[in-house]
Every structure is written in C-alpha cells, then in structure tokens.
Design a protein around this ligand. Structure first.
Ligand SMILES: NC(=O)NC(NC(N)=O)C(=O)[O-]
Length: 490
C-alpha cells in the first residue's frame, strides 16, 4: 500500500475530526487506593480519540481517556534503549501525534517519527526503559505504530516496576542517539535494575501495522498497583511511533499538611476526567495537566455547536442566552475544602467560552458508577451543588476566584463519600475553553478518605511555585485554613 502524502493525510484527519463523537462518558474506574509513596509530577496528553473515526473510537477501551503518565510533557523519560539506529526512543513520548515526511532521509536511513531499531543481526531482541513522569496505576497502553508499515515491531511485551529514587542508578545523558546502539557502560548501569524480571503487565502480543485504521494498538491492563518505570520489549526489532501509558496518578497524601494549599484535581495529584459532552478539538483532561497551556492545543476545545441561535441575545448581565452547554466531569485526587478556583483561557482569544459554571457533588463509588452508567444525566437532580454560579469568561486570561459561603464547609458526611464535579460552559457561540492553570485550594486533608471534587491545574513544583508567583494572591493563608478546618465537624 503506498504511503499517503501529507496533504492526503490531512484530508483524512479532517474528515475524521468532522465525524468525531459528540459525547463521551466512560465506564467508572475501579477504586483508586491512596498509596503512600513519593510525590510524582504531572500529566497531560493529546486527544487520541480526535484522530479516530467515530465508530473506531467507540471500539477502543475507556482507558484511552485517562491521563498519559509517560508523556514528555509531564516528565516521562527514556533511560535506556538497546538500539536507536533509525530513530531515537525519545520519540515514543512526544506529545504530538506522529508525522510522516515524504522523501526525508537521515544519514542512517528514512526519517521516521518514532523509535526504530536496526534490522537485528545478533541474538536477542530490542527493549527500552521508560521512567514515568507521574507514577501511578496503569489502566492501559496505546502502542501506536503510525507510519511504520514495512518496518513496525511485530510483537511487544511490557514490564513494570515500582522503584524508590535510591534504587535507580544514574544513566549517562542520552543526547542524540540516532545511529547508535547501547554501550558497555550503559549496559552495566541498566543491568542494576534487573528489568528482565520486572512484573509482566502485558505478555507478548502482536501489533498491527501503522496504517491509519490499524495503528492504534490498545491494550487495557488491570493491575491496581503503583508503577514508576516501564520496560518496553519489542520482538525482535522494528519501529513504534508512540507509546501512551494511560492511568491515574498516585500521590503520597501523608506528606500534605492540613494548612497546605493543593490543587485537588491536578492530574499529578490523582485527578481524573470521568466524562465529557464534547472533545472535538482537544480533550478536557488537558485542563488538569501541568502548568499553563503551551498553546491552544493544550486546553479543552469543543466544536462550535450547530444549535446556536442564528441571532444571538444576551440577558441583562451580558450572558449569552443559548440552549444547552458543554460539560466535563472530574474526580478529585482527594477530599478538601475548595477555596480558590482558577479559570485560565490562555491562548483562546477568538474562541474563549462566553461563561462557565461549576457544580460539585458528593458520591460514593457505587453512586459514581450509577451516575456514569446513566451518562451523568441526573446531574441536576438534587445532589449537585453550585460551587461557581454562571460567570462570564474573559479572552486569554487567568482568572482566580475565591470561593466563599457554605459550600466550603463540607460536612463530615461528604468526607465519608466520594464526590465529583461538573464544569459547565455556558456558551454556544463558541465552545472552546482552555482552563489550564492552578486551582488554588486551601486544603484540609483527611488522609485515607477520598472525596472526589474539583479544581484545576497544578503548577510545576507546587506549592512553592505558586507562592513565589507574583500574580498569585492567597489572602490570609494560614488563618483561612485554620478557620475552615475548625468549621468542619470531626
Ligand atoms: N524504508 C525504510 O523504512 N527502511 C528501514 N527503515 C528506515 N527508517 O530507513 C527498514 O527497513 O527498517
């Protein structure tokens, strides 16, 4: 089959985007245990679903909706690869979807956007070691062979380990590894990890070639443990464009003090998207990634709704009067008292949402499951309480809101349950929103109890970064936390 040209690929992609599903709610996740481990970093990932045909996306398991724990954007790293002859293993972790460049060759061969080893002429098989950017529970893999057609790796297996920092030896800088294989020195270092005996998360499976319809090789896994490192084995050699490792972060909540300000929904803290109405351009999980968005592709961006009125009207508060809205639901990584929300429409200038609102809800696991099975259609039936009433959004702007009033004083009852939050975007003229930065939560923590609630992105180095950030104003920090803490009956 001839390789498609760039122009024809764009055409196919655009056609597929047009057909993208409008609403997605995925099956409830299994309970996430809070494991006492060291703090990881953060996650965001691209919307793989947006590359797929509607019916194709439907056939993929829900794990592809979770956070990519290995993306370079959250600190995922290649520590070692047996061979990087045609293309270095670092490409596996790139955020962007793979590209194909017709007639582009390097001094080693055809330029390929992925990890591609040479045709092996010695015993054994190729493998590499990946350090996750965010340690967590892995729910599945997408092994994307895109554009590797006559040269894809025919079989893989995946092993995993949960390592303390002290157990990981220092590897030499990989720099540009193209045209090379491992050195004796690298081998000596990697042997210390004894990775060939790590837990087998995915036994040997066959891959399909990197044609558009077959390139996403998705494998759900059911391990409930926390992992920090992955060994990807390819048999015997070949190329893979991207490896997405989908899961939920696990954070050590025992190190969080009752006066600490923490972003409860940040992916790095265990936040996870449970469903959404539309992810036409970008997935809402981007809202809970790390730092401010790099560009519009790093936010949540829906399609313009076709049911928007031909002639728009606003009410006396300037809010557009339109039917319906787009929504997304997040489960928080831990319970807490929400005192700050940050809504950041960074990079969204001609397409920021007219307004948004936020509701919260306390749900136990069973209730969460039921709500998800009913596609969150019961959101307006009593359980959900407003956290932020309908509020006008601004163009490319970081907006921090302090939440006050009874909603903050969560009763103990709430803490014995799980809760979820919905974010409504009341705008129909243009439903693109990038909410991309820290939600400032003055948290009160109840280790061992998980309340799923809401908030936004976390800064790298949280909370120190935020406290040094001149734009950040957290009034009465210590006093506020103590007061709220006192207000919660124990
Ligand atoms: N045309 C190719 O892709 N050839 C080889 N790969 C690269 N990247 O040149 C190969 O067969 O492995």
């Amino acid at each position: 089959m001839p390789l498609p040209t760039r122009a024809s690929q764009d055409l196919i992609l655009n056609t597929q985007r047009e057909k993208l599903k409008r609403r997605h709610v995925f099956k409830p996740l299994p309970p996430v245990k809070v494991v006492i481990q060291s703090l990881g970093r953060v996650v965001s990932s691209r919307n793989m679903a947006s590359e797929l045909k509607e019916d194709q996306a439907k056939t993929f398991p829900d794990c592809i909706q979770l956070n990519d724990l290995a993306s370079e954007t959250v600190g995922g790293k290649i520590l070692f690869a047996t061979d990087d002859f045609f293309a270095p293993a670092e490409n596996l972790l790139k955020r962007q979807a793979p590209e194909f460049k017709l007639n582009v060759f390097t001094e080693y061969g055809k330029w390929m956007d992925g990890w591609e080893t040479r045709r092996k002429r010695i015993p054994g098989h190729d493998w590499c070691i990946i350090q996750l950017g965010v340690p967590g529970v892995i729910h599945g893999f997408d092994v994307d062979t895109r554009f590797f057609t006559g040269n894809y790796a025919p079989r893989i297996s995946i092993q995993a380990a949960n390592l303390n920092q002290g157990e990981v030896p220092t590897f030499s800088q990989r720099n540009n590894k193209m045209g090379t294989a491992f050195s004796e020195e690298d081998l000596e270092i990697v042997n210390k990890l004894k990775s060939d005996s790590w837990n087998l998360l995915l036994p040997m499976v066959e891959l399909k070639a990197g044609h558009l319809e077959t390139s996403h090789n998705v494998f759900p896994v059911s391990s409930q443990q926390r992992w920090t490192h992955i060994r990807l084995n390819i048999y015997p050699d070949g190329g893979i464009a991207r490896l997405r490792i989908y899961g939920v972060a696990q954070k050590d909540w025992s190190v969080i003090g009752t006066n600490d300000l923490v972003d409860l929904v940040a992916m790095v803290n265990g936040g996870v998207c449970l469903g959404f109405s539309n992810a036409h351009f970008e997935h809402p999980r981007n809202l809970i990634g790390i730092g401010r968005a790099n560009d519009m592709g790093d936010g949540w961006e829906t399609a313009r709704r076709l049911d928007r009125p031909s002639i728009l009207k606003t009410n006396d508060k300037g809010i557009l009067q339109v039917p319906g809205c787009e929504w997304t639901i997040f489960r928080l990584g831990h319970s807490g008292v929400i005192t700050f929300i940050e809504i950041d429409t960074n990079h969204f200038k001609g397409n920021f949402p007219d307004s948004c609102k936020i509701d919260t809800c306390a749900l136990n696991q069973q209730e969460e499951k039921e709500e998800a099975l009913q596609k969150w259609s019961k959101m307006n039936e009593g359980k959900w309480k407003p956290l932020l009433s309908i509020t006008k959004s601004k163009s490319s702007c970081r907006d921090i809101k302090r939440i006050s009033g009874p909603i903050n004083r969560l009763s103990r009852g709430l803490f014995s349950a799980a809760s979820s939050i919905t974010l409504y975007m009341w705008t129909v003229i243009d439903l693109r929103l990038c909410i991309s930065d820290a939600d400032f939560i003055y948290g009160t923590w109840f280790t061992g109890k998980i309340l799923y609630c809401w908030c936004y992105r976390v800064h790298r180095e949280w909370p120190n970064f935020a406290r040094q950030d001149p734009e950040f104003r957290a009034p009465e920090e210590g006093a506020l936390a103590a007061q709220l803490y006192a207000a919660i009956p124990l």
